[in-house]
Design a protein around this ligand. Structure first.
Ligand code: LLP
Length: 424
C-alpha cells in the first residue's frame, strides 16, 4: 500500500499537495483525505476476495462524506448502514440500494419502511422483537423483507472494551445458542425471507484468530440450520481488519480470504455461500489526517502543553478510547524560528480536562506551527460534534495535485439553525 502522506523537502504532502498550502487556503482545523488511499484500501478487499462471490459493504459510520461514498460506489462498493440517515447518504452519493445491508440494534419502523421501499439487500436483525417488527412493517407494505440474523458468537476480540461487540454481555446480536430458535421463528413469519447469517465481534482487531474463531462457530450454526431445512445465501463476517496506528501490523487480507474460503469449502452447506464484509476503519483511517495549528505553547514546571485549534469535538478518539494517533509537525524545514523541545501534551480549546489529541509527544514546537494528526480518516469527522459551539471542520479530498473541498467548514450561523426562541 502506498502511503499518501509523505514528506518532500521536509514538508508533509497529501499525494502531491503541500499541506501548508492547504492550511493557508482552507484554514484549520480541517480533515484532509486521499482519493488514492481510499481507492487502494477498498481495492485491497476486492482483490483479496476476487476469487469468491463477495460483496464489500463499506461501513459508512467510519466516514460518510458523500465524496467518499461516491468514490467507493464507483469502485463497486456495497454499504453497511446503521440508520436511515446513512441510507439516504448512500443514495444521495449514487450508491446502489440493492448492495446495502442494514445493521444496528434499534431500527425504527420508519427506517425499516424506507429501507424496504428502497430495496436494500438485507436487514441484519439483532433481536427476536426486531424480527416481529420487520415482519409487521413488511406486511403493511405488501413486501417480503430479506433478513439475516446477527449472531453473537461469544468470542473475545481482544480490543478496547468500547469497540468489542461479540461477547455475551454486549448488547449486540442474538446469543449463538439461541440463534436456531430465532431462525425457526423467522421462518414462521410470512413477510420475511431468510437469506443469510451475520456476525461482528469488534473493531481494530490485529489478528485473524478471533475472526476465524467466530466463523467456525457460525459454521456450526449453519450446519444445524441446514439440518432444519433452512438454507442461506450469504455469510456476513462483519467489520474489517485493524489498522496501523502505532506500529500494529494488520492481518493480511489475502490470508483472511484464503482462511475463509478453506473453512467454507469444507462443508456442503457452506460451499456455495457468498461472503459479505463490512470494513470501515481499514478503508478510511489511514486515508485521512486532521490538520491543526498550534495556538499557544504553555510551559509550567510540571508540564509542556501545545494548545491547538482542534479539540475533542473535532476528533474524540483520544479522549474516548485513550486512542493513540501519530502527531507530527507538518513543516520540518529549518525556518530559524525559536522552538521549545519538550514532551508535549497536545490539547484542544474545549473546556474539559479530557480534551487532548495526544499526550507526552516529544516535539519541537512554537505557536503557529501546523500539526498533522494521522489515521484520522475513520471515526474522526463522523464522531465530531458542536460542543462548546464550535463549527465542525472542513473536509478536503486530495486527488493527485488537486485539493477539493468535499464538505465546507460549518458557519457560526449554522450552529443555531432550527433553534427558536419562545414567542414571549
Ligand atoms: N459492522 C458493524 C455491525 C459494526 O458495528 C462496525 C463497527 C463495522 C461493521 C465496522 O467495523 P470496522 O471495519 O471499522 O472495524 N468509534 C470506534 C469504532 C466503533 C466501531 C463500531 N462498529 C473507534 O473510533 O475506534
Amino acid at each position: 500500500m502506498t502511503n499518501p502522506f509523505v514528506r518532500r523537502d521536509g514538508v508533509l504532502h497529501a499525494e502531491a499537495v503541500d499541506l501548508t498550502e492547504v492550511a493557508r487556503i482552507h484554514g484549520t482545523p480541517c480533515y484532509v483525505y486521499s482519493r488514492q488511499a481510499f481507492t487502494e484500501h477498498f481495492n485491497a478487499y476486492q482483490q483479496a476476495f476476487a476469487a469468491q462471490k463477495a460483496l464489500v459493504c463499506y461501513a459508512l459510520k467510519a466516514n460518510g462524506n458523500l465524496a467518499v461514498l461516491n468514490l467507493l460506489a464507483r469502485l463497486g462498493a456495497g454499504f453497511d448502514i446503521v440508520s436511515v440517515g446513512e441510507l439516504e447518504r448512500v443514495l444521495a452519493a449514487g450508491g446502489d440500494a440493492s448492495r446495502v445491508v442494514f445493521s444496528g440494534v434499534a431500527k425504527r419502523e420508519d427506517e425499516m419502511a424506507r429501507a424496504l421501499s428502497a430495496g436494500i439487500k438485507c436487514f441484519n436483525i439483532e433481536s427476536v422483537p426486531e424480527l416481529d417488527r420487520l415482519n409487521t412493517v413488511a406486511a403493511r407494505l405488501g413486501k417480503r423483507a430479506p433478513i439475516s440474523l446477527r449472531v453473537n458468537p461469544d468470542v473475545d476480540a481482544n480490543t478496547h472494551p468500547y469497540i468489542s461487540t461479540g461477547l455475551k454481555d454486549n448488547k449486540f446480536g442474538i446469543a449463538i445458542e439461541d440463534a436456531e430458535a430465532a431462525y425457526l421463528h423467522a421462518q414462521s413469519l410470512s413477510h420475511l425471507d431468510i437469506v443469510g447469517v451475520d456476525c461482528h465481534i469488534g473493531s481494530q482487531l490485529t489478528t485473524l484468530t478471533p475472526f476465524l474463531d467466530a466463523l467456525d462457530r457460525v459454521i456450526v450454526l449453519i450446519g444445524k440450520l441446514a439440518a432444519q431445512g433452512i438454507t442461506l445465501k450469504h455469510i456476513d463476517l462483519g467489520g474489517g481488519v485493524g489498522v496501523d496506528y502505532q506500529g500494529e501490523v494488520p492481518p493480511s487480507l489475502i490470508e483472511y480470504a484464503a482462511e475463509v474460503r478453506r473453512r467454507l469449502d469444507a462443508h456442503d452447506y457452506t460451499r456455495s455461500l457468498s461472503v459479505i464484509l463490512e470494513p470501515g476503519r481499514s478503508i478510511a483511517a489511514n486515508a485521512g489526517i486532521l490538520l491543526t495549528q498550534v495556538e499557544f505553547v504553555k510551559l509550567s514546571d510540571a508540564k509542556a502543553f501545545a494548545i491547538v485549534d482542534a479539540g475533542m469535538n473535532d476528533l474524540i478518539r483520544p479522549s474516548l478510547y485513550q486512542a493513540w494517533q501519530r502527531i507530527e509537525r507538518v513543516d520540518e524545514q529549518d525556518d530559524g524560528k525559536a522552538r521549545t523541545q519538550a514532551s508535549f501534551d497536545i490539547v484542544g480549546p474545549v473546556c474539559e480536562s479530557g480534551d487532548f489529541l495526544g499526550k507526552e509527544r516529544e516535539l519541537s514546537l512554537a505557536a503557529g506551527d501546523l500539526l498533522a494528526v494521522f489515521s484520522a480518516g475513520a471515526y474522526g469527522f463522523t464522531m465530531a460534534s458542536n460542543y462548546n459551539a464550535r463549527p465542525r471542520p472542513a473536509e478536503l479530498m486530495v486527488d493527485g495535485n488537486a485539493c477539493h473541498v468535499v464538505r465546507e467548514r460549518e458557519t457560526i450561523a449554522s450552529l443555531w439553525h432550527g433553534e427558536h426562541c419562545l414567542p414571549h
